[in-house]
Design a protein around this ligand. Sequence first.
Ligand SMILES: NC(=O)c1ccc[n+]([C@@H]2O[C@H](COP(=O)([O-])OP(=O)(O)OC[C@H]3O[C@@H](n4cnc5c(N)ncnc54)[C@H](O)[C@@H]3O)[C@@H](O)[C@H]2O)c1
Length: 335
Amino acid sequence: MPEKSVRVGLIGCGAVAQYGHLPAILRTHGLDLAAVCEVDRERLAEVADATGARPCGTLDELAGADLDAVVITSPATLHEEHLAWAAGQGLPVLCEKPLTLDEPGSVRAIELMEEADRPLYVGFTYRFAPAALEIRRLIREGAVGTPRALRLIYLWDLHGAFADREHFTGVNERREGRIAEGGPMIDCGVHQIDLARWWLGGEPVPTSVVGIRVEGRETPDHLVAHLDVDGCQVMIEISIAYGHTAPATRPTFSYEVIGSEGVLRYRREEREFVAIGRSGIRELDWSPEKSFDGMYAAFADALTGGPTDLLPTGRDGLAATRIATDLSVRAAAAR
Ligand SMILES: NC(=O)c1ccc[n+]([C@@H]2O[C@H](COP(=O)([O-])OP(=O)(O)OC[C@H]3O[C@@H](n4cnc5c(N)ncnc54)[C@H](O)[C@@H]3O)[C@@H](O)[C@H]2O)c1
């Protein structure tokens, strides 16, 4: 356990900061939320009041907060600028995905952090869910034999097409933004790609992808991709147009590892997590699919000299995003 609290600053107090990062930082032993930085003055005041952190309207103000580490949860368009700032300050970083908007930007940011000799981690929160950690452990100890196929499915509506989904009025701008940034594989599927790399311990090679245009847009809103990881066939199916016109959401989310000796099956909505093998069906402990608390426990450990092996690095972020982008470009090009 860390003895001295690590002084953490956070840049960008929007949606994911408020529901995920800030509550988790406040709950994590060994971390002290020292300062928050946000350009929306009203939001800054609200978050500072709610958390007790020092409010900073600019990076210059944040620089005066005597930080030990920084968390970047600003819009993806600003990640490169904020990563360059953190490197200049010599601060370790946990940055939300995507690292930056494009590959050259991500490489520049990674190199700046490497030159500053400070760690850069990416917010792949799915890794830290107890169920995801258990799948990795079981695969590594051979519980399903040799993994032959991995199926990762996430079909949802990204909070629906409408701003007011009960009255079917307005446009869900957040969803439009994600489509403009490249669609569901880049926004959500990048987590599944990271899990495939991390669980199987190899580099996925895309073999095929089909883009489905449920809404009829240029950018596919539903993709089915196949990748090969050292002989294990990975299927990733991702949609943000699954019931998008409905007044309420009803997603599908599952992982299946199919091995020479058995199967692991995780279904989020059904709250099912089982191992199926020679000894029958074994119930495993179900958990939600992501864990901000787990990620910050690992971040706190890493910052105080503990193990770093669970944390996705900037280069992991780059590798997963490169595959997600390649699949999205190929899916969009094929009509
Ligand atoms: N890991 C996950 O599960 C997950 C989930 C949602 C979003 N994300 C990622 O997190 C990032 C943020 O997404 P979001 O949905 O919270 O966005 P958001 O727009 O809700 O929040 C961004 C915040 O940054 C603030 N901001 C803008 N410019 C700033 C600046 N110069 N300095 C300080 N603050 C500034 C905005 O005012 C806003 O409050 C994106 O990269 C997104 O892809 C990850």
